[in-house]
Design a protein around this ligand. Structure first.
Ligand code: ADP
Ligand code: MG
Length: 245
């Protein structure tokens, strides 16, 4: 079997008789950037919960690089290189930008930090390159608490990058950001993809357009439409259930 990146086939999640996901199928190639849009309650967050092992599918196949994720717990899925960024940033305000990244680098993709870890030149170089990637090189020694909302979001993305993810899941990254921060975030995510797969859930269609990626529209737990932003924005079914309202 070839390595397919992220592969979901016929995935359903039923909560007390309610179908949050309904026969959902989706493939995200290695290195692909994919945007997911859709009305509230469409199942976007539940889809991420299924990929990260937080929610077990009622039925269906969920694989990453041919590994069956439905048999793994959340910690093992994180360890295999699937990182998730939630809406609310969880950086440590009292620590500097550098220290936050250092902490993320120490944690071997898991919740338990390694006590014996020492900062060597290789790790320092890695932190430097991540700071450049997330545009925070000038803020190295500033406490994270002093960063703007947008900068905190980037720092958290940087903390995920420190763990060398192969797949990054990002839920509504630009909510609350300024227009300028939103623009920089699309550039950042485009840069992160390529060597890693990135799945972004977002409502801001201008931002989604700037991502320049394939777009999947979810509705009632399954794929309603998929293609370029122009394709989905002109799809009458998408206009009816999502854009037209
Ligand atoms: P989206 O992120 O697209 O807005 P969600 O995945 O959060 O949608 O939710 C899809 C549907 O599943 C919603 O109707 C929501 O109320 C329901 N749902 C999500 N999680 C649970 C849960 N743990 N128990 C019951 N219903 C849930
Ligand atoms: Mg959601």
């Amino acid at each position: 079997m070839s390595s397919t990146g992220l592969y979901l086939d016929g995935v359903s999640v039923v909560f007390d008789g309610f179908r949050a996901l309904n026969n959902l199928s989706l493939i995200v190639e290695p290195g692909e950037l994919r945007a997911i849009i859709g009305p509230n309650g469409a199942g976007k967050t539940t889809m991420m919960d299924v990929i990260t092992g937080k929610t077990r599918p009622t039925k269906g196949i969920v694989r990453f690089h041919d590994t069956d994720l439905t048999r793994m717990d959340e910690a093992s899925i994180a360890t295999m290189g699937i990182g998730r960024k939630f809406q609310k940033p969880t950086v440590f305000d009292a620590l500097t930008v550098f220290e936050n990244l250092e902490l993320a680098l120490k944690a071997p993709r898991g919740p338990i930090p390694c006590i014996r870890w020492k900062l060597n030149s290789e790790s320092r170089g890695k932190i430097d390159s991540i700071m450049a990637e997330i545009g925070l090189s000038e803020r190295v020694q500033d406490r994270a608490g002093l960063l703007s909302h947008g900068q905190k979001q980037w720092l958290e993305i940087g903390m995920l990058l420190a763990q060398d993810p192969q797949l990054l899941l990002v839920d509504e990254p630009v909510a609350g950001m300024t227009d300028h921060e939103t623009e920089l975030t699309s550039t950042l995510l485009r840069g992160i993809a390529g060597t890693r797969s990135v799945v972004v859930v977002e409502h801001d269609l201008e931002f989604v357009r700037a991502l320049g990626s394939r777009v999947t529209v979810l509705h009632e737990g399954s794929v309603l439409s998929e293609g370029s932003i122009d394709h989905v924005q002109n799809d009458p079914r998408v206009i009816e259930v999502y854009l037209g309202r």
